[in-house]
Design a protein around this ligand. Sequence first.
Ligand code: AMP
Length: 274
Amino acid sequence: MRIANTGETLREILNGHDSKRVLVPTMGALHEGHLVLMRSARNVAGPRGMVIVSIFVNPIQFDRAADLEAYPKPLEEDLAACEKEGVDVVFAPQTDAMYFADRSVTVTESLLSAGLCGATRPGHFDGVCTVVLKLFLISGCNAAVFGEKDFQQLAIIRRMIRDLDVPVKIIECPTVREHDGLAMSSRNVRLTSAQRADAPRIQRSLLAAAQCNDIPQILEIARAGIEASPLTCIDYLLLVDAETLQPATTLKRQAVLAVAVFYGDVRLIDHVII
Ligand code: AMP
């Protein structure tokens, strides 16, 4: 496995490899959810293709400095996990290798980003689109793998690909969960043991709500289940149309019940399809 810290080094390593290149963009602190993405990348790349994992805690997608500061960065363990998965190249740049101090170009998606995480985390998806497009260009990948866990991010990246004619195929992987149903997240390690024990209520509440067929009732059941704990604070809870991401007005079309919940200063997201 090779490691590149700059775009130049990554291009040198990949130079001459005409086989398929599949990118898995991550912010590190790798867990089983990320490993599933890497396996899917290998499936697509084939044994002779290149699987590239990027590990970069992208500062421009963080709306809270404290969240960026507290984000776990266990690089040595991450590299070992990538090696074990048979990754060909890890791209792990520092911030100054990704951004000029006076950078002045940003990619903005302005429709699907308006609600959900985009509404409560201003600038977040501009940061995501900008870094993802840069990673596509630096790696010259033909395909890239993303988790369905971040379904709004996935929808926005698909829109960016469509609207900017980016020649990258997007591959989607289902959400990987802990045994008790909590969606795996790099932020889970920041939960106290009491918060961690409580957190499976997020998925439980969403699944209970999904049994109903009335929009106000769905929202009420999910809210009541999550707010029954004194440890939670809901950032948003919304039922949105799966395609437009606008608030759902009917259950005749596929909808997504999505939530962001704070446990202390740790923010977790989850959703169910209805
Ligand atoms: P992150 O490192 O959190 O930025 O995530 C990197 C990629 O891993 C994104 O495409 C996420 O959607 C995906 N991912 C994160 N957690 C999970 C999970 N529990 N299951 C599946 N994919 C995930």
